[in-house]
Ligand binder design. Structure first.
Ligand code: NAP
Length: 236
């Protein structure tokens, strides 16, 4: 993440459990001159809705007025909403819900990359990290189910690989990764925490700190890959 001059950090989804913890930890650490936190329900230039590309462009334009972002974390994500949630079986497939999962989990982060990657420094090793999930790994999938969430995270993983390849042409030391935070006690996981082994449910603050440590250790050769909270690569 090193780079000359002033730098900023950006957290997209700063209203979320993990996103809020990222924002707080980055402010506390003080390594960046500015920490920008964007969320759907924030106002003015800090409002960013992944389903509204103009709001993403406006957020990027706001960041572009200050120090270049050396770290962009996309901490948004969707697993359940109202009565809709992970499908247990094919009969539960609903096209509108699948589209929404793809829009939030895959297309949204890609649009964030479209508008924010061009702002990142062309020198040093800036990091663009999108929160994904182990269940988005195709090779790791032994249980099935959760069709929409798994497939939308797999799509995100593919986009991360593509973005890494394209970004390398602009800055061959840039790092673009997907990160798995573990099971974290947030609104997203709350209905599904029943089977989590004791000691394997992290609070959001710990999850953010663990992932910041992983980000700190990333090497250029890690770009385009998915890592868990211990820094272990998860094959796609
Ligand atoms: N918690 C876990 O156990 C776990 C495990 C594996 C992976 N993850 C991943 O970690 C990431 C963060 O999850 P979390 O646990 O922190 O969940 P969370 O507390 O539910 O936060 C989700 C965030 O996504 C935002 N979001 C949803 N739709 C959006 C939209 N259309 N536009 C802008 N923002 C939108 C939410 O904004 P609002 O506040 O406006 O709704 C919120 O900031 C997700 O990608 C998730 O898939 C979490």
């Amino acid at each position: 993440m090193s780079g000359a001059g002033k730098t900023s950090a950006v957290v997209i989804g700063a209203s979320g459990g993990i996103g809020g913890a990222f924002e707080a930890a980055l402010v506390e650490e003080g390594a960046f001159d500015i920490v920008h936190g964007f969320a759907r329900l924030r106002s003015g230039p800090y409002r960013l809705d992944l389903l509204d590309e103009a709001s993403i462009a406006a957020a990027a334009a706001h960041v572009a007025q200050g120090p270049a972002p050396a770290l962009v974390i996309v901490a948004t994500g969707l697993l359940h909403e109202g009565d809709l949630g992970p499908e247990k079986a094919l009969r539960d497939l609903d096209p509108a819900w699948l589209s929404r999962l793809y829009a939030v989990n895959a297309i949204g982060p890609a649009l964030v990359a479209k508008h924010f990657l061009p702002l990142m420094p062309r020198t040093g090793s800036p990091v663009f990290a999108a929160l994904s999930a182990r269940v988005g790994s195709i090779s790791d999938n032994r249980l099935g189910g959760w069709h929409g969430y798994r497939a939308s995270k797999a799509a995100l993983n593919m986009l991360v690989r593509n973005l890494a390849i394209e970004e390398r042409r602009r800055n061959d030391r840039a790092i673009v990764v997907a990160l798995h935070p573990g099971t974290v006690d947030t609104a997203l996981s709350r209905p599904f925490q029943g089977n989590v082994q004791p000691g394997r449910l992290f609070d959001a603050e710990r999850a953010a700190l663990q992932l910041l440590d992983v980000i700190e250790e990333l090497k250029v050769t890690d770009s385009g890959k998915l890592f868990d909270y211990e820094g272990t690569e998860i094959p796609f």
